[in-house]
Design a protein around this ligand. Sequence first.
Ligand code: DX5
Ligand code: ZN
Length: 229
Amino acid sequence: MFDRSIKIAPSILAADFANFGAECRAIEAQGADWVHVDVMDGHFVPNLTFGPAMCAALRPHIKGVMDVHLMISPVDAYLEAFAKAGADVISAHVEAGPHIHRTLQAIRALGKKAGVAINPGTPVEAVAELLDMVDMVCVMTVNPGFGGQSFIESQIPKIARLRQLIGDRPVHIEIDGGITTATAPLVAKVGADVLVAGSAVFKGGSVDNPAPYGANIRAIRTAAEAALG
Ligand code: DX5
Ligand code: ZN
């Protein structure tokens, strides 16, 4: 099942918060591969979003992969709730506590795919000992907390190093933050396969006018695939 084809994962952080169910249905109908759900606690990151109850409410509106990005600390006490809420992939930050190894074991023990996320200031070597126990590494290309920030270009060599470290392991590289038609090729070229995009997917559209979502998703995918040659 594992493959490195480009997958577009719209972040519902950029959706209409009063219409999440319809927004999830709209982005999937318009070609989204995964749905990326940003959970923030006002402590690990300076913003608050939503918790497991929201994820459970969204689940029936998402046919494909629900990709839950936990920007919370502590994280372990909440894993079971997000697993029960129907997450397919659960990512925790390496910076969120002293025991990321235990956290990743717990995610897999719950029967979910495990992701480890790293902030822009964290070297990729921080995940080197974890690569045999994860399904995905999420490289943040903005400081987490808010959508609509500018892509931090200095992360590109880091993504290339991660791709080398991963070798032939079945581990996805997800890039989160500032993905647009301009930045998608830069990360695809160095080995990223899951591209999270909030503002760049939702711009210009709405649940009543979802066609721009499809055009935006196609444009990002085409730009990324063109870089693969
Ligand atoms: C930031 C979140 C991202 C964010 C991406 O903390 O993890 O998923 O929504 O938004 P854009 O694509 O607008 O940078
Ligand atoms: Zn995210």
